[in-house]
Design a protein around this ligand. Structure first.
Ligand code: SF4
Length: 327
């Protein structure tokens, strides 16, 4: 399959007082054309920082790209000037966020905000762009698109604002959509509708999707491939169906066991014991070792490498040992 995005040994650091902490620490993965890649993990796993980096949107300071590269169609986006990035953002790569109010301009009408990208990237006149904005709003299921285009963001509900963000993201036919927790703040019915809009547009336009979420229910709905991140590193990568059928990394197993299941009677939900460690208290060896029920001596001494097992990649000493024994 053809690659659209290649992330190679990406390192992103954040300065806190005088110390620098690595929020993303040597992450490498590929996004293939037409794929829906989900990146999952708890807060602090580095999934959002990874996705923001692909748009060169990590604020500097306090953030800093400390190493690696992100190739979009062969071009390293981390080396592009802001002028060059302006041609990619919105046109080639579009992004939708969890809270549209932070992305929409509160003092401009919705129609004007969607039109802006169409005028810049598609060379449309203001009149053409306004007309197209209304069509885009209709396409994402906004009931009174005309009125919505003439409204300000604060006059819309959260679900409607998210539809506006999606209309804006789709307006220039991006090759890659990065969706950073776009359904987290929405109720389940709206969430299902938003996922459906993204899925439909992807199928009709051959778009590639990189979806960031902590919700494995959403992953099961939308993903073709999944990357599981923990404390700035990838711990497991697999095809979605294989990950759900047979999770290998103890952290992935923990995340999956936290989901309530309709076919099992449980008085209490499982949890992953402990907390994600702060950067000041990062454990030696495997970063998951204080929370891992299978922790061995080697886990406290040596960080496991992400090993390619053929159909998936896993970073765990135990999994590697089991594979060696099974050979
Ligand atoms: Fe658990 Fe050790 Fe595997 Fe880390 S390397 S997940 S501590 S078994």
């Amino acid at each position: 399959m053809e690659k659209i995005l290649e992330v190679k040994d990406l390192k992103v650091a954040f300065k806190n007082d005088d110390k620098e902490n690595m929020a993303v620490d040597g992450v490498s993965f590929d996004v293939y054309k037409g794929d829906t890649l989900c990146i999952v993990g708890e807060s602090g796993s580095g999934k959002s920082v990874t996705s923001l980096s692909a748009m060169q949107l990590v604020a500097s300071p306090p953030g800093r790209y400390a190493g690696g590269e992100i190739l979009f169609e062969g071009k390293n986006v981390l080396k592009l000037t802001s002028y060059e990035m302006g041609h990619i953002r919105g046109k080639e790569i579009a992004m939708i966020f969890q809270e549209p109010m932070t992305a929409l301009n509160p003092v401009h009408k919705i129609g004007a905000q969607i039109s802006e990208a169409l005028c810049i990237h598609k060379g449309m006149s203001k009149k053409e762009a306004w007309k197209r904005s209304i069509e885009m709003l209709k396409m994402v299921g906004v009931p009174d698109a005309q009125r919505c285009a003439s409204s300000y963001p604060h006059q819309l509900s959260g679900g409607m604002r998210q539809r506006v963000m999606i209309a804006m993201a789709f307006s220039c036919d991006p090759k890659l959509l990065i969706a950073d927790e776009p359904t987290t703040a929405l109720d389940v019915t709206i969430q299902a509708q938003i996922l459906d809009i993204i899925r439909r547009y992807k199928e009709e336009h051959g778009m590639t999707v990189m979806f960031i979420t902590h919700d494995l229910g959403v992953v099961a709905e939308i993903a073709t491939r999944v990357i599981v991140m923990y404390t700035g590193k990838i711990v497991e990568e697999a095809v979605c169906s294989e990950l759900f059928a047979n999770p290998l990394h103890p952290y992935t197993k923990g995340l999956l066991s936290c989901i309530p299941r309709i076919d099992q009677r449980q008085s209490e939900l499982d949890i992953i014991k402990g907390q994600v460690p702060s950067s000041e208290n990062m454990p030696n060896g495997c970063r998951f070792n204080p929370r891992c029920p299978y922790c061995m001596d080697i886990c406290r001494q040596k960080a496991p490498e992400l090993v390619d097992l053929g159909n998936r990649k896993v970073a765990c000493h135990l999994v590697n040992m089991e594979k060696e024994v099974g050979k």
